[in-house]
Every structure is written in structure tokens, then in C-alpha cells.
Write a protein that binds this ligand. Sequence first.
Ligand code: 8X3
Length: 245
Amino acid sequence: MRKTAVVTGASSGIGEATARRLAAEGFNVVAAARRRERLDKLADEVQGIRPVTLDVTSQESVDALVASLERCDVLVNDAGGALGLEPVASALLEDWQRMYDTNVLGSLRMTQALLPLLIGSGDGVLLMLTSTAGLTSYEGGGGYCAAKHAQTSMTETLRLELVGQPVRVVEIAPGMVRTEEFALTRFRGDATAAARVYEGVPDPLSADDVADAIVWSVTRPAHVNIDRLVIRPRAQAAQHKVHRV
Ligand code: 8X3
């Protein structure tokens, strides 16, 4: 019996790369995101992917997705992202609200809705895509770091609360990853500002590097729980310590 994996944020970046890799591993993949046309293209291209329109900020949308599932063995909570790089003193409240709603409450909605199926599978894996921003703080990162710290904390709490149940709780915390949209979204479409983030960095991680780690983590034997995997490019020794040429 093929296992089913649900991936949120699957229309681009790490989510899309994860959907592709999980399908290649033989999973039935439910690729979920808001932008349906991108999902349809992905599903046309890759066998084993079912596109589902999903807005993780809407309980109704989450419930509709869950109602369409017969089973779920793996949940990858990838939807989220950063908005703005203003200092806390001048940050926009709406940005903080949006980041909290997608990264934290979006993961909470999906987790609450899918836990019964994950546990019912007999070997479920709940994976949270957090960030090194969930482990440390940096100037301008206030709202994003706060949201990612909250998501990291939720992950730790879940692992404690679910011990003894047939479900693993995995956190993947990437550092610098160059994707099509992460920095562009953060800088509200300013491509020059987005490119500056990676300027001179020999090799930032790619979405596929992170997807590789995700797929490795969820395909370990059932008794092996990868609690947290921090993954950075070789050129990034710490949040502020980046080698540029
Ligand atoms: C992305 C890593 O350094 O932009 O989650 O916060 S960082």
C-alpha cells in the first residue's frame, strides 16, 4: 500500500521540491497550496501528485482538504514565509499578523486536522519546516523570528504530548536557502533587494537540498525520530557569519 504525504506550500520552493522528491520515493503526494495553476502544472509533470487548493489561514479550507483524504502517513507543514525586514520599532502589524497566521496558526490548523489520520496510520510523521530564525534572532527579523520561534516551540511541545503514540515529530530548520520567492516576498517584490541577500555567497542551499533532508528524515525506520535537523550552506557558519566573495 502506497503511503500518502500531504505537503503544504507545494506550489514553489521547498514545498514543491519536497512534493517532487516524495513522489519519486513512491508516496501518493497531496500537493496543497493557494495557487492552483502552479499545482496543476506540477501534477501534469510528475506522476503520483494530486493538486489540492489550500489556504492554511482558513479553517474551512483546511477542513475541506482533510475531508478529501482517506489516509495520511506524512504531513509536511511547509507553508509560511517572511514579510518585511523592518526593525521592531517600525514593523507593520499586519505583517506580523500574517506571518503568525501562516507559519504558526497554519501549521496548527493542519496539525490538529490531520493528527487523527497520522496516528491512525500506525507510523505517522509530522514534519515542521521551521528555520534557523526559530533558534536565534537577528535585526529586522523580529516578526519572522518570533513566528518561527513559536513554531519551534509548538514542535517541541507536540513531541512531548504525543510520546507513546505512533507518530514522529520532526523539525527541519534551514539557514540560507535561495529559492524563487522567499526573499522576493520578504522584500515585497523588490528583486534587487532580494538578490542582495545571496550576493557573493558561493553556494546557498537550494530548495532541493532541503527537500533531500526532509525526505531522508521521513523515511527513517519507524523507531527513529529526527528531532531537529539544522541545515545551512557551508558558507554560513552562523546567522550573521556568512562567507561572501
Ligand atoms: C530563512 C532563513 O536567515 O532568512 O528561514 O531567516 S533566514
